[in-house]
Structures are given as C-alpha cells and as structure tokens.
Design a protein around this ligand. Structure first.
Ligand SMILES: CCCCCCCCCCCCC[C@@H](O)CC(=O)SCCNC(=O)CCNC(=O)[C@H](O)C(C)(C)COP(=O)(O)OP(=O)(O)OC[C@H]1O[C@@H](n2cnc3c(N)ncnc32)[C@H](O)[C@@H]1OP(=O)(O)O
Length: 275
C-alpha cells in the first residue's frame, strides 16, 4: 500500500471539484487503505478516504449522477421484462425501449469527457474511452440507423448484458460513495462481467454482422468518388474493420477487468502503467 497521495504516475488527489476543476484523480481504495470507503463492517469512525479526497461538491455530484444512472438502467430493465411478459416475443422490444437506451447510454459520455479525462475519478481514460465509444457506436450508428436489424435476437443479447452490467456498476459506485457498499454488489460488479462481457460482445458482433448486407446494399454513410473533396469512405469496410478491432481490444478490456477483480476482491496490489 502506498501512502496517501503517493501514487506512482498519478497527480495528487483533489480536495474539491470546484477547486480542482476536474484536474486530479481521487486516490483509490487500494492506495489509501480505506477500502474505497466501503464500510462492509459498518464500523468506520471517520469519513472514508474517498469522501475526504473528493470533497463535498464532487461527491454530491457523483452520487447524484450514479443514482440517476442506476435508476435509468433499472427503468430500462423493468421495461424490457414487462415488454417480454406482455408480448411474449423480443420483436418490437428495441423500438419500445430505444429512447431510454439512447438517453442513458449517451449520457455516459460524461464519464469519459468529465470524470475520466478530467481526472475526477481514477479510472483509465483508454479503457473508458473504448468502452463508451463502442457503446455509442452500437446505439447510434448501428441499431438506431439500420432499422431492419432492430429485431435481431443479438440485439437482445447486448441489451440484457449492458443493462445488468450498468445497474450493478452504477449501484456499486453509489454505495461506495455513500460508504455502505454491500458485499453482494461488490461481488456482482467483479463477477458478473465474466459471463456478461463475452455475451455482450457476441451480441454486438452478431448485430454488426447482421447489418452488413443492408449497409452494402444501401451504401449508407459512404462517400463515393468522384466528389469535389476527392475523398471516399465505405461504411461497409469500416464495419468490417470495427469487427476485426474487437479481436485485439476485447481481450485487453476483459483482462483489465480480471485484474481489477483480483485487486478489489482479493486485495492483490497491481501496479498499472499510466495511460
Ligand atoms: C468508433 C467505433 C469504436 C469501435 C471500437 C470497437 C472495439 C470494441 C472492443 C470491445 C468493446 C466492449 C464493448 C462493451 O460494450 C461490451 C459490454 O459492455 S458487454 C456487458 C458487460 N460489460 C462489462 O462488464 C463492462 C465491464 N467493464 C467496465 O466496467 C469498464 O471496463 C470500466 C467501467 C470502463 C472500467 O472499470 P474499472 O474497474 O477499471 O474502473 P472503474 O472506472 O470502475 O473504477 C476506477 C475508480 O474510479 C471510480 N469511479 C469510476 N467511475 C465512477 C463513478 N461514476 N462514480 C464514482 N466513482 C467512480 C471507482 O469507484 C474506482 O475508484 P477506486 O479505485 O477508489 O475504488
């Protein structure tokens, strides 16, 4: 365990959001030895490291954000279960929940642009960047834009994986910030992904694959030569490259989560390279 603030490769932690202008990360649970403020035993006598370092304004804002996101994804989960119970089919499911999905998944850009890039939370910019951008891509440039694939079973695969993951993740952050992290939530955050990550990725890849014929036929989002800028772009090949990029990128995200799991659940100290 490193002493407070003495984290190799990281700037000193902020005291308050307003002071820091999102400029420095908060110390992690491993590093300050406070278990991230999680009071599983419920016997803490003073504010945890997490709250001390973040400051009231940042803690309040993050808590509000995480509660809102937990609620949003819960609403989505309930809507999906209700839809399936009433209709008995997945057909039409995407259409019925698309507004909520688009809203809450797009809002997650805040995590990249403010929390991560600005250093409010000590998360990896690279990991968060790949995670958020691939989701935004799936939501807007695939499922929203290519209507014929909206009823594919693969869409349900990633919808369910994302939803369970996000309810768990945001409630984990919320309870951590409130210093009352139930062990089950922590366990779920660092175990569910073992199954949900590959299932979600399979759903995403199958959905992109299903979109290929429509993209090829329609020539959507493609720029053909000749044109006055003398540039060409073929969305069909872009999708093929995107699918291929899962091969090097997904294992990195998966192994990152496995390392996090060892660190958080089993207390292993892992020195990670800076982004
Ligand atoms: C333009 C086209 C792009 C195409 C790219 C194609 C390539 C794609 C490759 C693969 C993409 C994967 C796609 C994905 O959509 C699939 C799925 O999601 S399927 C569903 C299952 N998914 C998961 O289980 C995801 C699991 N992964 C993660 O959760 C993430 O990796 C991530 C959240 C990004 C990182 O987690 P990590 O554990 O490393 O760090 P955290 O960010 O959770 O925590 C670090 C510390 O920061 C604190 N923190 C972070 N955020 C908050 C917050 N909102 N509020 C409060 N605190 C926060 C956190 O508590 C930690 O603090 P401490 O260290 O003190 O405990």
């Amino acid at each position: 365990h490193a002493p407070d603030g003495a984290i190799p490769g990281r700037a000193p932690p902020p005291l308050a959001l307003s002071e820091a202008r999102c400029a420095a990360p908060m110390a992690s649970s491993e590093e300050d030895g406070t278990n991230g403020g999680a009071s599983e035993a419920g016997d803490e006598k003073e504010p945890s490291g997490r709250r001390r370092r973040l400051g009231l304004a940042a803690t309040a804002w993050l808590t509000f954000y995480n509660i809102a996101m937990t609620a949003g994804w819960l609403v989505l989960a309930i809507a999906m279960v209700r839809f399936y119970m009433e209709k008995g089919t997945h057909r039409g499911l995407y259409k019925s929940i698309q507004k909520t999905l688009k809203f809450f998944q797009t809002v997650a850009l805040i995590e990249l642009t403010c929390f991560s890039l600005q250093g409010i939370v000590p998360t990896s910019v690279l990991v968060t960047g790949v995670q958020v951008s691939s989701r935004i891509f799936m939501v807007w440039l695939i499922t929203h834009s290519i209507k014929p694939i909206q009823n594919e079973e693969s869409v349900v695969l990633f919808l369910v994986s994302w939803t369970v993951t996000e309810i768990t993740r945001y409630s984990f952050y919320t309870f951590s910030l409130l210093d009352h992290l139930p062990y089950f939530v922590k366990w779920a955050r660092y175990n569910f992904f073992i199954i949900l990550y590959p299932v979600g990725v399979a759903g995403e890849l199958l959905t992109i694959y299903a979109a290929l014929p429509y993209v090829k036929k329609s020539g959507m989002f493609s720029i053909r030569l000749p044109n006055k800028y003398n540039v060409s772009f073929d969305y069909y090949y872009f999708l093929l490259i995107t699918m291929a990029s899962y091969i090097p990128l997904f294992p990195q995200l998966y192994f990152h989560m496995l390392r996090q799991r060892r660190k958080v659940l089993h207390g292993e100290v892992i020195v990670e390279k800076d982004d």
